[in-house]
Design a protein around this ligand. Structure first.
Ligand SMILES: NC(=O)c1ccc[n+]([C@@H]2O[C@H](COP(=O)([O-])OP(=O)(O)OC[C@H]3O[C@@H](n4cnc5c(N)ncnc54)[C@H](O)[C@@H]3O)[C@@H](O)[C@H]2O)c1
Length: 334
C-alpha cells in the first residue's frame, strides 16, 4: 500500500459516499480520511469505512502531511472556498461538478491549482462513461458525418435542491458532453426555465447552444418529471446515434438513417433507413473509471481529462445560460 495515493473525502451527503466507496476499493488508492460537519453522517460512514479516520474539520486533512489529495463533495456554493484551501495546503483536489457557482470563483480555484502546482480535476462524470467515450470516437472519426444537432434529456423526479437550480445541478453533465462531442465552444447560448417548487430556483430548464460550425444542441433538464431519462441523440449527415444511460444494455445505438440525394431527379432527397447497430461498450462503472483516472493523474502528474480547462469551460457556459435564464424571467415579469 506504500505507493497508493492517499485521499480524503469531504462531504458525506448523497454523493460523497459513492466517491468514498470507489476510492476505498481502488487498489491504487487508500481512503485515509472522511470528513463531514454532520455528526450523523460522520458516524454512519465511520462504520462503513473503519480504516479511514473521521473528522468534522477539513483542517485535520490539510494538516496530514501524508495525505496526497482531497475530494470535495459538498454543496456547490462551498466548492470554490474549500478547493482553494485544499490546493493552498499543497494537496491535489478533485471537486464535484460544477467547479464553482461563478466564473470568477472557478478562476480563483484554477489560479490556486497553478500556483500550488497541484492536480485539479472536476467531477464531469459523463466524460468517463464508456458509452459516451465511444460516441465521442464515432463523432470525431467522421463515421456520423458532419454533426448537425444534438439533444439531451436529463429528467427525473429527482433531488429537489435549493442552493442551485436544474441548470447548474443537471446541466453541468450535459454541457461537458455536448462540448466534447462538438469539439468547440458554443458561440450562442440561450435558456428559459420555470420555478414551481421554490421561487427563483428553476425546476425545469430548456437550453439552446449553437456552435461556430453550425452544430446546434438542445438540453431539457428537469428534476420535476414523471420519467427518468438520461439520453442524448446525435443527428449526423451520414448516421444518427443515441446514448441511453437508463438502458440496461445496448446503451449506444447507431442508425444508418438520413436523406440521400436522388441524382435521377432534380435534387430531391429520399429517406434512407438502413442498419441499426449497438456497439459493445465496457460496463465498468463510470465513477470507478473517473476515480482511477484522478488517482493516476495525481500519481503521474498528468493533466486530467476533466481538468481545469474543462471545469472553466463548463462554468463559463453555465454562467452565460444563467444570464439568459434571468433575462427571460425579467422580460416575462415586465
Ligand atoms: N457526479 C454526479 O453524478 C453527482 C451526483 C450528485 C451530486 N453531485 C455533486 O456532489 C456534491 C454534493 O452533492 P450532494 O447531493 O451529496 O449534497 P448533500 O447536501 O446531500 O451533501 C453535502 C454534505 O456536505 C457536508 N458539508 C457541507 N459543508 C461542509 C464542510 N465545510 N465541511 C465538511 N462537510 C460539509 C454536509 O454536512 C452534507 O452531509 C455537489 O457538488 C453535487 O453537484 C454529483
Amino acid at each position: 500500500m506504500s505507493d497508493a495515493v492517499r485521499v480524503g473525502v469531504v462531504g458525506l451527503g448523497y454523493w460523497g459516499p459513492n466517491l468514498a466507496r470507489n476510492f476505498d476499493r481502488l487498489p491504487e488508492a487508500e481512503l485515509a480520511w472522511i470528513c463531514d460537519g454532520s455528526d450523523d453522517q460522520r458516524e454512519r460512514f465511520a462504520r462503513e469505512f473503519p480504516d479511514a479516520r473521521a473528522t468534522a474539520d477539513l483542517d485535520d486533512l490539510l494538516g496530514d502531511e501524508d495525505l496526497d489529495a482531497v475530494i470535495v463533495a459538498t454543496p456547490v456554493p462551498t466548492h470554490a472556498d474549500l478547493a482553494v484551501r485544499v490546493l493552498e495546503a499543497g494537496k491535489a483536489c478533485f471537486v464535484e461538478k460544477p467547479l464553482a457557482l461563478s466564473l470568477e470563483d472557478a478562476e480563483r480555484v484554477v489560479a490556486a491549482a497553478e500556483k500550488a502546482d497541484r492536480t485539479l480535476m472536476v467531477g464531469h462524470l459523463l466524460e468517463y462513461h464508456p458509452g459516451l467515450v465511444r460516441l465521442g470516437e464515432l463523432a470525431s472519426s467522421g463515421e456520423l458525418g458532419d454533426i448537425h444537432y444534438i439533444y439531451g434529456n436529463r429528467l427525473n423526479l429527482g433531488k429537489l435542491r435549493t442552493n442551485e437550480n436544474a441548470l447548474w445541478s443537471l446541466g453541468a453533465h450535459d454541457i461537458s458532453v455536448v462540448m466534447s462531442l462538438a469539439g468547440e465552444d458554443p458561440e450562442d447560448m440561450r435558456a428559459v426555465g420555470e420555478s414551481y417548487m421554490n421561487p427563483g430556483v428553476e425546476d425545469v430548464v430548456f437550453a439552446y447552444l449553437r456552435f461556430p460550425s453550425g452544430l446546434a444542441a438542445h438540453l431539457h433538464l428537469s428534476w420535476l418529471d414523471p420519467h427518468k431519462e438520461r439520453r442524448f441523440t446525435v443527428v449526423g449527415s451520414k448516421r444518427m446515434a443515441t446514448f441511453d444511460d437508463m438502458a440496461a444494455e445496448n446503451k449506444l445505438t447507431i442508425y444508418d438513417k438520413g436523406f440521400d440525394q436522388d441524382f435521377r431527379s432534380y435534387g430531391e432527397y429520399i429517406a434512407r433507413s438502413g442498419d441499426v447497430m449497438s456497439p459493445a461498450v465496457s460496463n465498468e462503472e463510470p465513477l470507478r473509471i473517473e476515480c482511477r483516472h484522478f488517482v493516476e493523474c495525481v500519481r503521474d502528474g498528468t493533466e486530467p481529462r476533466s481538468g481545469a480547462a474543462s471545469g472553466l469551460r463548463v462554468v463559463r457556459a453555465l454562467e452565460t445560460l444563467q444570464r439568459s435564464l434571468d433575462e427571460s424571467a425579467r422580460a416575462r415579469a415586465v
